[in-house]
Design a protein around this ligand. Structure first.
Ligand SMILES: Nc1ncnc2c1ncn2[C@@H]1O[C@H](COP(=O)(O)OP(=O)(O)OP(=O)(O)O)[C@@H](O)[C@H]1O
Length: 342
């Protein structure tokens, strides 16, 4: 295991910023800590970095206990939202800096800096200073600087937070590409679920200072364990079990404290539910056209908003406000989600 976290916990006064948390990260994994503001992502990351100490629990890097090792002994690269390049040094010297600190021979430094600048598609800016680069370019240089000395783990805290949407998407591809080529273990913090879905091998979804669910992106999307996971990642319809009927028109039975979740893309607006489908009777309220698709919104019997996502090439008949409709979906698309994590 590249990184092992055992029962790590941190309090500020009597506030649990991180409840006892355990986590294994294999070599080469791209793991994303995803969660809303205040869920404990940065608290966990700074303890892995050695920038703050846990109250209890342990951190192992490459099998060695690192819980109390100072940051400079941990062989960890870091990239933050503000690029923090040295303003007076050239781009080449910024990237070379960690290698100089480690007393790598001059020839090898030059060669590794050149390779790195090529990898981030910026070979032509070597002699400029940071202020002569755009925000996105500076962030690429910060990535190169964090990875050039081949650290054991690279930590990234909202590295694309300051960039606009298009640049963000480009940089996501760039970071993924760097990860694939260098095989570095990356722990990436974001509160953007699309970014987490696009980039990660696994997502560690955090909520209220604890891990809500730790799974591959598709798994967490298809099989969210809790209402929170279902609602934080992607669009979801969460309904009480008594308003979802099975093929014999009986309410679906679920365990105590659980509800039924179905993704809008699996919901069909039908006149008759198909055999083996789950279905629900609802009232049409609104439709929103997003270009390729239309989202239809309904009110369920218990006053929840439920939606269906329909391709515009596949539109159902006109619906009028207040019309009663049947929504239907394959029963295996119904996912039982817990109200709260035990
Ligand atoms: N030094 C501190 N003193 C007191 N409380 C703190 C301190 N650092 C963090 N906290 C609190 O701990 C909780 C978790 O903070 P943390 O920064 O880990 O959240 P986060 O998930 O990274 O959020 P964000 O996305 O906003 O950065 C927050 O409620 C925060 O206010």
């Amino acid at each position: 295991m590249k990184l092992k976290i055992e029962n790590l916990a941190k309090r500020y006064g009597n506030f649990d910023a991180l409840r006892p948390t355990s986590l294994d990260v294999p070599e080469g994994e791209f793991l994303t800590l995803l969660g809303p503001s205040g869920s404990g992502k940065t608290t966990l990351l700074t303890m892995i970095a050695g920038l703050s100490l846990p109250d209890s629990g342990d951190i192992y890097i490459d099998g060695k206990r690192a819980t109390k090792e100072p940051a400079f002994n941990r062989d960890i690269g870091m990239v933050f939202q503000n690029y923090a390049l040295f303003p007076h040094l050239s781009i080449a010297e910024n990237v070379a800096f960690p290698l100089r600190m480690r007393r790598i021979p001059e020839g090898e430094i030059r060669q590794r800096v050149t390779t790195m600048l090529e990898m981030i598609s910026l070979p032509h800016v070597a002699d400029r200073v940071p202020r002569e680069l755009s925000g996105g370019q500076q962030q690429r240089v910060a990535l190169a600087r964090a990875m050039v000395y081949r650290p054991s783990i690279v930590l990234m805290d909202e590295p694309l937070g300051a960039l606009d949407k298009n640049l963000r998407e480009q940089m996501q591809i760039e970071i993924k590409h760097l990860h694939k080529r260098l095989g570095t273990t990356i722990i990436y913090v974001t509160h953007d679920q699309e970014e987490a879905m696009a980039m990660s091998d696994r997502i560690c979804l955090m909520n209220g200072g604890g891990v809500e669910q730790l799974s591959e992106p598709q798994e967490i999307y298809n099989r969210p364990a809790t209402v929170f996971a279902a609602q934080f990642i992607g669009q979801s319809n969460v309904m009480s079990a008594n308003e979802v009927l099975d093929h014999s028109c009986s309410p679906v039975t679920v365990g105590h404290g659980t509800r039924i979740m179905v993704r809008p893309e699996h919901v069909r607006i039908v006149s008759e539910p198909r055999a083996l489908d789950h279905h629900s009777t609802v009232t049409f309220i609104e439709r929103i056209n997003t270009g390729p698709t239309t989202r239809y919104f309904f009110r369920s019997n218990s006053n929840q908003i439920v939606s269906a996502l329909v391709l515009n090439s596949d539109l159902p008949h006109e619906l009028v406000d207040g019309q009663t409709c049947t929504l239907s979906w394959p029963s295996d698309r119904s996912v039982e989600v817990r109200e709260i994590n035990p």
